[in-house]
Design a binder for this molecule. Structure first.
Ligand SMILES: *Cc1c(COP(=O)(O)O)cnc(C)c1O
Length: 452
């Protein structure tokens, strides 16, 4: 097969997969997972026929996928590529651009710059902010926290670029007791130990209690959350950030999915005051429904952000707004183009409608679950529903049975030291009918008092 025939064939298989998405088992069965053993072979000495590679991938690979892009998947916080974003991604793949700077790819630079402006506008964040398209909220959080560390030390008269970190003044990091594990990972990579971190206590819904914050000062790095992963809740930004600003602390916001509440006029109130922070991270691949790996680091202090992440080399000098100076990578794919396509296809009103729809579906789901008899733990204000059965044992059995059913899938969590589970409504494909179907399934698997 020549290159074009091969790619055409791949596109046909991809389309076939997509059209089967709604009907697929949500989590693959055991036989499909066992089928993956077919890939278990030594590194080939001789190359293999291209068409055979593709056949193998589809034959053994496709059945072992999780239909997380389908409408019946409610695990983690997982979106599904919007048609415009998925289509743009396919063309971008053919372009095969390195999105480092203008001289690497004029089109990538131009579209990512525009997409960045649009994201700041729809999220109502300061226009002067730098915006880097990183792989994940993890990587983007790391970029923001590295900038925070550099700037706080600089203000204290310590030039990290010259003197390094070993003897530097201590920075006090303050996070929520419900902090996302990836933020702790970023802090660990930056050299912060558990002794450097103070955990602020939260209320029953996972929101920081302002009175539980330690004294903030000019060497404090305060991390708040927009969208706690279990409850979808928000820290009380307008109560906390102004006083953090007065103390000259750095405020970073982890808004992997919750930041998108700002795109809906009806739900912006959840994030009031968030615009006063110094840096923000959010994902494209969760609620904006772009392909993986897509996330954004946004920093009010554009020059400091570019200085922290600068990848200028003698052979590759570029401007402060070149993406290689705004992300961890030097060479990378043009992931911001799918963000541009998603925003262009839905527009401001379409994004707001998507957010509103998911929140409304979460509320319908929570009401229906209470009627069945589940304990719904959160309100819910966003797209997350946190619930449990009467006892931990019942919760665990219920979850195992429903996960094996192949009809839907969602995962376990722990809340108040007890077993629970959470459902996230994040994929654009999920509609009322899927929530009604989900409620029927939940009812069927609901553990009755006779203990099944
Ligand atoms: C998913 C998530 C992250 C990590 O995002 P990745 O893109 O998976 O790295 C961080 N914080 C919160 C609140 C999240 O939901």
């Amino acid at each position: 097969m020549n290159e074009i025939d091969l790619i055409t064939h791949a596109d046909a298989l991809a389309c076939h997969y997509l059209s089967s998405l709604n009907a697929r088992r949500v989590f693959p069965d055991e036989a499909a997972c066992r089928g993956l053993e077919a890939f278990n072979e030594p590194l080939p000495v001789q190359g293999c026929d291209n068409a055979a590679i593709l056949e193998m991938l589809d034959h053994y690979g496709s059945p072992a996928t999780v239909a997380s892009a389908g409408p019946n998947y409610f695990g983690f916080v997982i979106g599904a590529s919007l048609p415009a974003a998925a289509a743009a991604e396919r063309l971008v793949l053919a372009w095969d651009q390195c999105a480092s700077s203008y001289i690497n790819s004029p089109v990538a630079h131009t579209l990512e710059k525009l997409a960045g402006e649009w994201v700041k506008e729809i999220l109502q964040l300061p226009k002067e902010s730098a915006l880097g398209f990183g792989t994940s909220a993890t990587a983007c959080g790391l970029s923001c926290l590295a900038t925070a560390q550099r700037v706080l030390l600089q203000r204290a008269g310590w030039d990290i670029a010259k003197k390094g970190l070993r003897q530097a003044p201590a920075i006090k990091v303050v996070v929520s007791e419900k902090v996302h594990v990836t933020l702790l990972k970023a802090l660990r990579i930056l050299g912060f130990g558990s002794d450097d971190i103070t955990y602020a206590r939260c209320d029953s819904q996972g929101r920081i209690l302002p009175q539980s914050l330690p004294k903030l000062d000019e060497l404090t790095l305060l991390c708040l959350q927009a969208g706690e992963v279990n409850t979808g809740e928000f820290d009380p930004f307008s109560e906390i950030i102004p006083s953090a600003n007065r103390a000259k602390s750095w405020v970073h916001i982890d808004g992997a999915f919750g930041l998108w509440a700002r795109a809906s006029e009806r739900h912006t109130y959840l994030t009031n005051g968030i615009e006063l922070a110094d840096s923000w991270t959010t994902d494209g691949h969760k609620w904006l429904n772009t392909p993986y790996d897509s996330a954004m680091a946004i920093c009010r202090h554009a020059r400091d952000f570019a200085a922290t992440l600068s990848g200028d080399a003698v052979y590759a000098q570029a401007s402060e707004d070149a993406q290689k100076n705004l992300t961890l990578e030097f060479s990378r794919r043009a992931r911001g183009i799918a963000v541009w396509a998603a925003l262009k296809s839905l527009g401001k009103s379409g994004i707001a409608a998507l957010i509103d729809k998911h929140i409304q579906l979460a509320q319908r789901l929570a009401d229906g679950m209470r009627e069945i008899g589940f304990e719904v733990i959160n309100k819910p204000v966003l797209n997350q529903v946190l619930a449990r059965c009467e006892t931990d044992e019942k919760t665990q059995t219920f979850l195992a049975n429903i996960q094996n059913s192949g009809v839907t899938w969602f995962g376990p969590t722990v809340w108040d030291n007890r077993a629970a589970f959470r459902l996230s409504i994040s994929a654009w494909r999920t509609e009322d009918e899927h929530i009604e179907k989900l409620l029927e399934t939940l009812k069927r698997y609901y553990p009755t008092t006779s203990g099944n």
